[in-house]
Design a protein around this ligand. Structure first.
Ligand code: FES
Length: 581
């Protein structure tokens, strides 16, 4: 370790080290908590932002893990301080955790800013927690390491493996089609989530924790370790040790996050067959680091990145299999030529150095280039008169016959309308129809929920139909699959063309041409636009009103406009002002 800063240069010195009345208060109140001065004087204070909650099943082990992080911090000569933050529990929070991602990001940044934190350990994993914690820590830019929650163990249904989300959608469709019984469904409910940890398919959680690792924000190998594995606990302790050294080395996120590190993360997401949600999150994370990232960059890189991870929903296996097969490091070792390996990471080594001993132990789970699931196009960005600012689709997880498709629209004006009518016998719909959902975007829903895997009508399920072209301005769970065109931008609620679609309009999707078009004349489109009027905002007070006023569209990462990096120095100046302090 190269010590670059002295104890009196620590942020926490302003709280604990100086001799004035305020610092007397800080020290006496720390004594009140049972700590002797020797426990903290001259040591880095490590804030541990913990997103544990009784209502977050993905983070139940964080009560134990935080003790392991603290053990590492103590051993390395730091002073650990646990700071709980809003948990963003994907299965429970309504209308969607995405409504609150920026709230957790703000909470993280302000906890770190307002308390004597010299460095931080970020504990998250359940979907939005990863980008939120990282967005906040990057904005604050103090030494930071992310501890990924780790995937839960494989689900079990009478000896068959079950995958979070993916098998829920699959067996729900089979139940509605009359192919399984209520008793079968109950057994699936009991066995699909049987340990702590986040979803164990290649959903948003696994996608974003893997992206965090590739960005250099976790210890190498951390993202793939299953949550209940003892090696996960060891990783937590090692993280606690390492963050103390990072403070002395003054190694901060903006020292190594750069355009190439985000390119590396996108390459990894694509090779993993990762979640479409990664677009909004990586764009928002990059922005916090002052890096401009466009949705078109995902498309560019997709054209030359193979899908190598044989993981659900695109493939067959689950994250536990992926870990035993060599994990993310194994996968990255197969695409080294596509990565910038010279970028630094939290352990002070480059990505290339961290991959030196990486190996693949099961070539069916982690494919090589010759046996790739897809040679390219894990994700594709679409444009056209229906989505002038872009939309996204996941060709890896849809029926190939729909890659080029034209069909008549069946339009639902919002989620309630969809639920009320989708299973009606009299609904005029065939397998060639294109299902359209409006008012499901960042402003419209609001919060851009994961409603984008629109249900196949029951009468078509009974005929054996399992995929159709579906279009919305919503997101889709990373565990979902199907020919779902998502993130249509601008969204319908703000007058995007999706708002102007009517039943029977022909819609044309062509993934190879990257196009999504409404086949009506420009004149007719303009006529409809002239008669469109906005609906009333859904929130007039509180956080919801703040959200509606400042949320940006999907192609901008759905961050709040006032959280752009500009102006951070001004905030820091106020924080550092001894008059205020
Ligand atoms: Fe937490 Fe899926 S519910 S990651």
């Amino acid at each position: 370790m190269t010590q670059r800063i002295k104890p009196e240069e620590l942020r926490s010195y302003r709280w604990y080290g100086v001799k004035d009345m305020r610092s007397f208060g800080h020290r006496s109140r720390t004594a009140q908590m049972g700590y002797h001065k020797s426990d903290y004087a001259g040591k880095p204070v490590i804030a541990i932002i913990n997103t544990w909650s009784d209502i977050n099943p993905c983070h139940t082990h964080f009560k134990q893990r935080v003790e392991e992080v603290k053990r590492g911090v103590w051993q390395a000569g730091g002073f650990p301080v646990e700071m709980p933050a809003i948990s963003l529990s994907e299965p429970f929070q309504k209308p969607t955790t995405m409504l609150y991602r920026n709230l957790l990001a703000m909470e993280t940044e302000e906890l770190l800013r307002s308390y004597p934190a010299d460095g931080c350990v970020l504990m998250g994993g359940c979907d939005k927690t990863t980008p939120a914690l990282i967005m906040g820590a990057v904005s604050m830019n103090i030494p930071s390491i992310f501890v990924p929650a780790g995937p839960m163990l494989r689900g079990d249904f009478r000896g068959n493996f079950l995958g979070s989300g993916s098998d829920t959608w699959k067996y729900w469709a089979e139940l509605r089609a009359g192919n399984i019984t209520e008793a079968d469904w109950q057994d699936i409910e009991d066995g699909i989530a049987r340990s702590p940890g986040h979803c164990m398919t290649m959903g948003t959680a696994s996608t974003m924790t893997s992206a965090a690792e590739v960005l250099g924000l976790t210890l190498p190998g951390a993202a793939s370790i299953p949550a209940p594995d003892s090696r996960h606990a060891q990783m937590a302790t090692l993280t606690g040790k390492r963050i103390v050294d990072m403070v002395w080395e003054d190694l901060k996120p903006l020292d190594f996050l750069c355009t190439d590190s985000f390119d590396n993360a996108i390459r990894a997401v694509l090779a993993l067959g990762g979640s479409t949600n990664s677009l909004v999150h990586l764009i928002a994370m990059a922005k916090r680091a002052g890096i401009v990232l466009s949705i078109d960059r995902f498309d560019e890189l997709a054209r030359s990145t193979p899908v190598l991870a044989n993981l659900r929903p695109s493939g067959k296996y689950l994250m536990e299999d992926f870990y035993y097969a060599g994990g993310l490091r194994g996968l990255l070792s197969n695409i080294k030529d596509l990565l910038n390996l010279n970028l630094n990471t939290v352990n002070g080594k480059t990505l290339g150095e961290n991959l030196e001993s990486a190996k693949v132990y099961n070539t069916d789970v982690i494919r090589d280039r010759g046996t790739a699931l897809l040679q390219k196009d894990g994700l594709a960005v679409l444009r056209g008169n229906l989505a002038p600012d872009g939309a996204i689709i996941k060709p890896a997880a849809m029926e190939a016959r729909l890659l080029k498709h034209t069909g008549p629209a069946v339009v639902f004006k919002d989620y309630n309308d969809l639920n009320a009518r989708i299973d009606l016998e009299e609904l005029d719909i065939t397998e060639d129809s294109v299902i359209v959902l409006q008012s499901a975007g960042p402003q419209g829903a609001p919060g851009m929920p994961e409603w984008g895997q629109l249900p196949i009508p029951q009468k078509l399920l009974k005929q054996g139909v399992r995929d159709m072209v579906r279009i919305s301005d919503a997101r889709m769970s990373g565990t979902s699959y199907g020919a779902c065109v998502l993130h249509v931008t601008p969204e319908s609620h703000v007058g995007g063309p999706l708002a102007l679609v009517k039943d029977g309009d022909l819609i044309s999707l062509d993934v190879a041409a990257r196009s999504i078009n409404l086949l009506i004349s420009d004149g007719e489109l303009e006529k409809r636009r002239a008669s469109w009027s906005p609906s009333v905002p859904k929130f007039n007070r509180g956080y919801g009103a703040l959200y509606l006023k400042h949320i940006q569209q999907a192609d901008k990462g759905c961050d709040f406009d006032f959280l752009e990096p500009e102006g951070i120095q001004e905030i820091q100046k106020i924080q550092d002002d001894p008059e205020i302090h």
